[in-house]
Design a protein. Sequence first.
Length: 362
Amino acid sequence: MFTQTTTSHTYVNPTVSRSNRRTLASENRNKKLLKMLSALGSSSTRRRGGDFPARVKEFFSKKNNETSSCHVRFFMTWISPLNSFNERAFHSIESIFKTHPNGCLLIASNSLDSIKGRKILKPFTDKGFRVTAISPDFNFLCKKTMAESWFSRLIRGHIQTGIIPLGQNISNLLRLCLLYKYGGVYVDTDVIILKSFTKIKNSIGAQSVDLNSKKWSRLNNAVMVFDKMHPLVYKFIEEFALTFNGNKWGHNGPYLVSRVVSRLQGRPGYRFTVLRPMAFYPMNWDKVRVLFRGAKNESDSRWLKVKLEQIRNQSYALHLWNKQSRGLHIEDGSIVKRILLDHCVFCNISSTDYMLTNRTLD
């Protein structure tokens, strides 16, 4: 007979541990962003050179190269730190001005509204393009919408922000408020603009279509075009405030616009168009990697040629689905490579070199 000596060990499930670490990291990011949002009131914007509405009004109305107004107003948001502003975002800005040289781009961003941020955008302003970054005043932007009380509760800590990065959901709200207040075109920073938007009015793009019914099955909010105070955008904001959920990816973004449009499409008082997927999303997120690949054989070469021509002829924008493609290398001969070459402003030097040069300027 023998005696077995046992030692107590604590078993740590690596999957659970990783999940807990991700949740903790997300909570910490959300807390930091909440602190920043609390400071983004009128006093903050005054320190940066004027209050938000006055700066926006001046930007859109000032004369530039004998152009008294913007032909098309574009909006972006950048909630992330300045050091994460990447080459893809730079390409997106290039494509806006390649297709709309007399357009304006306002980037609602706290980090880019800084000396270092202006240096990043300096290559564009040096060429006479109208682009600026302005720290958003959420109190002003949310005023007289359902988001006003929601944002007030958020900064007081009365909203459960959930495990989804708060910055993602703040961007979802911010883009809606910008469109409602000013009207224009909102684009994500991983979208390449391919054609002029001057003829697109009050439109949102379908991401996918049901193969049987041929009707849209999912919309997306990466590209939206709406007039000032459009009633559909007001309903988007209302839905955000009433149904916010910080634990479900897409609930406050693509799924939100899909829910609202499914209820309101065809009803009187809401005049808008749902564009087919080819308009903004010619390749869905689960297949986007093929756009980054070059041809490996003759069959690949033929497919790439046909797909590229289809996108050039039928699409107004190309969403690169950054979440799925951020780590992909852009291969020579790929569709993405060719489109970026077609829509570059700084074609003789890489965007990375431009950004690095201007980040290090004194």
